[in-house]
Design a protein around this ligand. Structure first.
Ligand SMILES: Nc1ncnc2c1ncn2[C@@H]1O[C@H](COP(=O)(O)OP(=O)(O)O)[C@@H](O)[C@H]1O
Ligand SMILES: [Mg+2]
Length: 253
């Protein structure tokens, strides 16, 4: 249940956006992807999800080249929640979550009680069972993100790719969602902006800068004052947390 990228590069309009990234995310691991705006996080996640084909290098899912796999087969394994998963179509919350089941059978055929059970469980996990019949487009930004996560969970994937899943969430739901992702037995790759949440919930972190993966490893090895100054251009103090076994970042001014 690993996902491995070997020397992948992706360019668009002649501009190199992801450059020479080699990365292996191991079975069951929660891997956090950090980096400033425009550093290539979303582009890399799309390549890892098979939604973009890299001009060079390859992505392997449990050793099998993604390019050789049909989209539907990939969708049975990898669920993606994109950064801007906006939809204005008038469908209800539960219908959005049901979409997660489509890779497993046709849209209209083969629906079973087991599918209903999986959909209900996914909705309950993000704490939105009470919204099931509400039109999706009338939800708050944070609720939409949680519904998209429920849709991804209903897909029953072996790999979960989340692009800034917490950016519209209040702090309680940020903590809940990341704790949920960390507790899932599946392999997860999560783009995050909050360095402290990344340190708390991720087993390993990768840092993108100008399209390149410039650091990768355990949070305490990756999150240094020098890296934060270099990549994010801010001064910080990094120390072991007094409250959890990971490091804590304090920003200085
Ligand atoms: N399809 C595209 N065509 C051209 N440029 C793109 C495309 N997608 C992303 N970019 C550019 O690539 C850079 C990295 O974008 P992105 O992967 O979204 O970064 P991040 O998610 O880290 O903010 C940005 O400068 C963005 O404008
Ligand atoms: Mg992005």
């Amino acid at each position: 249940m690993s996902i491995a990228a070997t020397d992948i590069s992706w360019a668009s309009g002649g501009e190199a956006i992801v450059q020479g990234v080699t990365l292996e995310v191991r079975e069951g691991e929660t891997f956090g992807l950090l980096g400033p705006n425009g550093s290539g996080k979303s582009s890399l996640l799309r390549v890892l999800a098979g939604l973009r084909v890299p001009q060079s290098g390859q992505v392997a899912l449990d050793g099998a080249d993604l390019r050789a796999m049909a989209p539907r087969r990939i969708a049975r394994r990898i669920a993606v929640v994109e950064q801007h998963a906006a939809t204005d179509i008038a469908i209800s919350v539960i219908e959005v979550v049901r979409l997660g089941r489509t890779p497993h059978h046709g849209i209209l055929s083969g629906w079973t009680a087991e599918d209903d059970r999986i959909v209900e469980k996914a909705l309950a996990r993000v704490d939105l069972g009470h919204r099931r019949n509400q039109p999706f487009h009338t939800l708050s930004g944070g609720e939409r993100q949680r519904v998209q996560l429920a849709r991804a969970l209903a897909q029953n994937p072996t790999h979960l790719i989340l692009d800034e899943p917490t950016n519209h969430l209040d702090i309680q739901h940020q903590l809940e969602i990341l704790a949920l992702v960390q507790a899932l037995p599946i392999t997860s790759i999560v783009a995050l902006h909050d360095l402290n949440l990344a340190a708390m919930f991720c087993d390993r972190l990768g840092v993108m800068k100008a399209g390149r993966l410039i650091a990768c490893g355990a949070p305490e090895d990756v999150l240094s004052a020098a890296m934060i100054a270099d990549v994010f251009g801010v001064r910080a103090h990094v120390a072991p947390s007094a409250h959890h076994g990971r490091v804590h970042v304090q920003f200085l001014r």
